[in-house]
Write a protein that binds this ligand. Structure first.
Ligand code: CMC
Length: 442
């Protein structure tokens, strides 16, 4: 939740009342509602009624445009200033100095690890990368052209049947083991979904490799006894995972929390989060952005394409964000990474289209007025393509990166005494007390 604590403190010092006075013009009554951390409690509005029969006032907020659904100490975003911090650490520093597994530890445990804590964490994640052999049989049941994101969601849900103990969500040790398993097994499931698509044999994890190196090995190893990824490529992908690791109350984190709030096991909740991420307005946007660049094809087609977007024929995928209204700090880092990766892999002609599209869009009144900037998905697809990955795998890579964030958000929700089962209210707009008519007389 983004708050302005220093100014709140300053106002407290001047003994300004931290309340909101609301007058209900239907009754003439006034109510004083406490303001805490820049919010009023929606439930405090319930006391505002016209008479004893009245249910009480509610807020109407489709898509949670202005509703904080939780208090959280995991990720801070200032959308106007383009700031993103995990547990207080700026994303730029983590991208430059940390590793994905260290960042995952930070998100889940709330602090940077000591050397021995990190070694133990890496050991634990590395030793949980294997998945039950039955998972292979399940993957075999999918059609050869099954989208790997659908396979990933299904296999993640299937893990709940292999680890039924994960239902014991009130036990901190069980929770930690499940979070480690989720982070560790996601690359294995992802790589196997990919190999299934290509009809290639599944590659088992190699414990000598780093988290990201092992993922690349499970993706690309053929008959060689050992696969060593190109170091620059491995590091670039590790940074991409860091950039995707959490993003506070986004659609999939919200799904993870909402489903987890029924106190189901976290594998089932993570399957729901993967489903949310699959959508083209969320994690599926990187796949769509690349398809869009392919469809544009070359720089001279950009003006026509922009004209179509402005007239309402589709969206500029990889542009815009619910929270960032200045720039997406992840987008800036990713653009730099794209150049770095292309140096190794030999470039991608679509990069020229992307750079020119960004330039034109950033000068265009339509995009400027609506504060639409390139987001994390605009350049990531180009990097993934340069790594030789098909577009279907892009949201899957997003899911691997986002798993520590989902785990941390879920773990925080389970321990939050303010939380209950997620159950929004509605404004009912349908008919009432109709008389059932027999089918012959309708
Ligand atoms: N291209 C063209 N117009 C756009 C775009 C876009 N990418 N995004 C928003 N708009 C327009 C939209 O039509 C609306 O215009 P008007 O006011 O004239 O009706 C205005 O901008 C506001 O749009 P909105 O849909 O109310 O904004 P939102 O905050 O609900 O949506 C968004 C945010 C990310 C869903 C949206 O910008 C979008 O669809 N972007 C393309 C998909 C995309 O890149 N998604 C990845 C998001 S970042 C990764 C992640 O966290 O998942």
């Amino acid at each position: 939740m983004t708050t302005n604590s220093p100014s709140i403190e300053a106002r407290k010092a001047e003994s300004v009342s931290e309340t909101l006075t609301v007058t209900d013009n239907r009754t003439g009554k006034s109510y004083e509602l406490p303001i805490q951390e820049g919010t009023i409690k929606a439930i405090d509005l319930r006391q505002i009624r016209v008479d004893d029969e009245d249910f009480g006032l509610m807020t109407y907020d489709p898509a949670f445009m202005n509703t904080a659904s939780c208090r959280s100490a995991i990720t801070y975003i200032d959308g106007d200033r383009g700031i993103l911090e995990y547990r207080g650490y700026p994303i730029e520093q983590l991208a430059e100095k940390s590793t994905f597994l260290e960042t995952a530890y930070l998100l889940v445990n709330g602090k940077l690890p000591t050397r021995s804590e990190l070694d133990l964490w890496i050991h634990d994640v590395t030793h949980h990368t294997l998945v039950n052999e039955k998972i292979k049989t399940l993957i075999e049941g999918f059609r050869h052209d099954a989208h790997p994101m659908g396979v990933l969601a299904s296999m993640t849900a299937a893990l709940s049947t292999i680890y039924p103990d994960a239902r014991r969500v009130d036990d901190p040790e069980v929770r930690m083991l499940t979070m480690v398993r989720l982070i560790a097994k996601m690359p294995t499931l992802a790589a196997w979904a990919y190999r299934h698509m290509l009809g290639l044999p599944y590659i088992y994890p190699d414990n000598d490799l780093s988290f990201t190196g092992n993922f690349l090995s499970m993706m690309f190893r053929m008959v060689e006894p050992k696969y060593q990824a190109n170091k620059a490529v491995e590091e670039a992908l590790d940074v991409l995972f860091i950039l995707h690791a959490d993003h506070e109350q986004n659609c999939s984190a919200n799904a993870m929390r909402a489903v987890g709030s029924s106190r189901t096991d976290p594998y089932s909740a993570a399957a729901a989060a993967i489903g949310a991420l699959y959508g083209p307005l969320h994690g599926g946007a990187n796949e769509e952005a690349l398809r869009m660049l392919r469809q544009i094809g070359s720089v001279e087609n950009i003006p026509d394409f922009i004209k179509k977007v402005k007239s309402g024929e589709g969206r500029l995928m990889g542009f815009g964000h619910r929270v960032y209204k200045n720039f997406d700090p992840r987008g800036k880092i990713i653009k730099r990474m794209a150049d770095q990766v292309m140096d190794v892999t030999g470039g991608n002609p679509l990069l020229d289209v992307a750079v020119e599209l960004e330039r034109i869009a950033l000068e265009d009144e339509y995009f400027v007025d609506r504060k639409l900037y390139p987001n994390v998905d605009f350049y990531s697809g180009l990097i993934y393509e340069a790594l030789g990955l098909p577009a279907e795998m892009f949201p899957v890579l997003f899911a691997i990166g986002r798993t520590p964030g989902w785990a941390a958000q879920w773990n925080e929700m389970i321990q939050d005494s303010d939380q209950k089962i997620a159950r929004p209210r509605q404004v009912y707009t349908g008919g009432r007390e109709l008389d059932y008519a027999p089918i012959a007389s309708r």
